[in-house]
Design a protein around this ligand. Structure first.
Ligand SMILES: Nc1nc2c(ncn2[C@@H]2O[C@H](COP(=O)(O)OP(=O)(O)O)[C@@H](O)[C@H]2O)c(=O)[nH]1
Ligand SMILES: [Mg+2]
Length: 241
């Protein structure tokens, strides 16, 4: 693909301390378009975006977790005819100069869904202990289902090609609850999924949506969601990427 239209979708919820530097990092790459999806922040995040004249969409209410932002940017990306969307966290964990690593496999028509994994080269921030256990469980199940190994299945550093954007931006009309569901639905629709090594940092300010309590409940919710996706994926199979 020559000169694809690329959208970077930064997802935020109360990131007033991080959003400035995250946005500046992305804006230093002039060939990338930027949209910020605000998941109902009640701090100063939206005011900062307004002041900086950054394109943003804001949810009236918080959806409960970061996955609630997915359908919003997929719809925006579809309506605005983007070839590639990258999801990028608004907490300073992701690094803009790493973006080409997740973009290139799509640009070269080698994949439709690319996960930036911090566990392949094992450099940079490796996530908390409880979180790593949950990710390992999901990674093993997802790998089994999709038929090849994936390691960082809940990574927020991802890129999607045009067909995946159309799938969720136009065809699929239900809520997405977590990243496993997104990955498996994409797989059932025929997306080629690949993982590339990336470097991430630790969140700069503020706290992760995962604490000890929900790190324990997270695997159970995730498993129910995987099961649901396995049972009710008929509609998505018809899309045929
Ligand atoms: N906690 C939380 N974060 C959200 C939500 N919606 C979007 N986000 C953003 O999602 C990104 C990832 O969230 P984070 O808590 O850092 O998750 P982690 O990186 O997986 O530990 C951050 O940029 C958040 O600001 C939400 O409803 N809750
Ligand atoms: Mg984070």
């Amino acid at each position: 693909m020559k000169n694809p239209n690329i959208l970077i979708s930064v997802i935020v919820y109360n990131e007033e301390e991080n959003i400035n530097s995250v946005v500046d990092d992305i804006l230093s790459f002039p060939n990338l378009d930027l949209i910020v999806i605000d998941n109902g922040s009640f701090d100063n995040t939206v005011n900062i975006l307004k002041e900086k004249k950054i394109n943003y969409i804001t949810h009236c209410v918080n959806s409960g977790n970061s996955a609630g932002t997915l359908m919003t940017y997929m719809k925006y990306g579809f309506l605005n005819n983007y070839d590639i969307i990258c999801q990028f966290d608004g907490d300073g964990q992701h690094i803009a100069k790493e973006l080409y690593k997740i973009i290139d496999p799509i640009k070269n028509n080698e994949a439709d869904y690319v996960i930036g994994s911090r566990f392949l080269d094992k450099i940079g921030f490796q996530s908390s202990f409880f979180r790593r256990i949950a990710i390992k469980i999901f990674a093993n199940i997802d790998s089994l289902i999709i038929g090849h190994k994936v390691t960082d299945v809940t990574s927020g550093f991802r890129a999607y090609g045009k067909k995946v954007i159309e799938l969720f931006g136009n065809y699929y009309k239900h809520e997405i609850y977590d990243t496993n569901q997104l990955l498996l639905l994409s797989y059932f629709a025929g997306a080629r999924i690949c993982e590339v090594p990336v470097k991430m940092r630790e969140r700069v300010h503020g706290k992760s949506e995962f604490n000890i309590l929900n790190s324990v409940t997270f695997p159970f919710k995730g498993l129910v969601n995987i099961l649901g996706t396995l049972l009710f994926n008929k509609q998505i199979k018809k899309f045929n990427i």
